[in-house]
Write a protein that binds this ligand. Structure first.
Ligand SMILES: Cc1cc2nc3c(=O)[nH]c(=O)nc-3n(C[C@H](O)[C@H](O)[C@H](O)COP(=O)(O)O)c2cc1C
Length: 381
């Protein structure tokens, strides 16, 4: 019955809803979606209905403890879709195993001039140029505190933190102070389970200074000084060759960091996965399919070198359960997505989880944890 509802939603989304949505600009759809979800959340009973229609629960096979935190399933919302933590109940109800909220910044931030998004349907990608628009860490935290406790039970909230996108505070020491300003507020908030340090936003003023190893070391040292007791993850850039990526991991593993999220948007507008010539006036960087192989390759290498030291969160171009499973077998403990949900519909999350259980059975694994890194042990993937 539930599988039937999920299948019907796929047809409805692909044949009716998506053609209507894709007729409006992506910026308009995004704003309407947030308003609609906020309205729906005024009726908490509808959470159960949404969950019944789309979510898939199988904690025996899909649940796992990572960095001391229990995740009911491995499929999370990646950072950037719920920037100011307005959608938490909806994200849980559709069946995600965790949410990465943000990226939030110390000061509220209007982001880059619109448009923020440009669709590339044939490349299964969005060109993103939001520039860290968000209400700021303080307001996001106030919102988190207002949710009913039930929403956060068995639903880890990862808070992604970036530097405020403004031309001020751009020296390294000012930028570090900006990160610390957010982290000071988040570190003792019990409702925030994990913090993710976003060093790789490609759409912000001043670029990505902390993807330079010595500057990253300075940021990490300052964060160590806060003695944060929660797990800390770092959101990694995705266009680096392995030696440069490895140089960042060497710094990260020398500090109080438990995991790496691999990775952020792709800056390679000329990749063969981009099937159209992008006009110069379209500003931004690419999500979805153009990130998929970059992410898979870096997950594989990171697991091989650091699998016993770092939790790996695999993000980039997940459109099917097979995409998620491949990242897990290559070494990702958890996965995250945004673009897949925008292109396929919200029922995708439950469908991925349901099919993951079938893939586990096919490969004689009883739990998702057994599959993590299995491509390094068996020749079949
Ligand atoms: C609309 C949008 C906004 C994003 N904003 C952020 C952000 O604020 N912080 C961040 O770390 N990543 C951000 N990202 C990157 C995603 O978290 C993710 O790394 C990337 O999109 C690849 O995943 P996907 O192919 O599943 O979308 C954003 C992506 C999209 C599509």
């Amino acid at each position: 019955m539930i599988s039937f509802l999920s299948h019907t939603t796929t047809l409805l989304y692909q044949r009716a809803i998506k053609p209507i949505l894709f007729r409006s600009t992506p910026d308009a759809v995004h704003s309407r979606l947030i308003r609609l979800s906020a309205l729906r959340q005024k009726f908490p009973l509808s959470d159960s209905l949404v969950s019944l229609m789309w979510a898939y629960h199988n904690q025996a096979a899909l649940g796992q403890k990572i960095d001391g935190v229990y995740f009911p399933n491995p499929v999370g919302l990646s950072a950037g879709f719920d920037k100011s933590i307005e959608l938490l109940p909806t994200i849980k109800a559709v069946g995600f195993g965790y949410e990465t909220g943000g990226s939030v910044t110390f000061l509220p931030c209007e982001g880059n001039p619109r448009p923020w998004f440009y669709r590339l349907p044939t490349s299964k990608s969005l060109v993103v140029n939001v520039g860290l628009a968000n209400d700021g860490t303080t307001t996001a935290l106030q919102r988190i505190k207002r949710y009913r406790q039930k929403v956060l039970t068995d639903f880890p909230l990862v808070m992604s933190v970036a530097k405020t996108n403004n031309p001020q505070n751009c020296s390294d020491s000012e930028a570090i102070e900006d990160y610390l300003g957010s982290l000071q507020q988040l570190k003792d908030e019990p409702r925030v389970t994990i913090v993710e340090i976003n060093i790789s936003c490609p759409n912000a003023y001043g670029g990505e200074p902390f993807t330079d190893p010595p500057r990253l070391a300075a940021l990490m040292k300052a964060i160590d000084g806060l003695k944060i007791a929660k797990p800390i993850w770092v959101k990694m850039p995705i266009n680096l060759a392995w030696p440069e990526f490895d140089a960042l991991l060497k710094i990260i593993t020398a500090h109080n960091v438990q995991g790496v999220t691999i990775g952020n948007l792709s800056k390679d507008r000329r990749s063969e996965t981009v099937s159209v010539e992008l006009p110069n006036e379209v500003k931004g960087n690419l999500s979805g399919l153009p990130t998929q192989k970059l992410s898979d390759d870096l997950i594989e290498k990171t697991y091989r070198e650091y699998g016993d030291r770092l939790t790996i969160i695999g993000v980039g171009g997940i459109f099917t359960a097979e995409d998620a499973y491949r990242k897990i077998c290559l070494g990702a403990n958890l996965v995250g997505l945004i673009t897949g949900m925008i292109f396929e519909g919200p029922q995708l999350v439950g469908q991925v989880n349901r099919k993951l259980v079938e893939l586990l059975k096919r490969d004689n694994f009883s739990t998702i944890g057994e599959a993590v890194g299995s491509a390094h042990r068996t020749p079949q993937v």
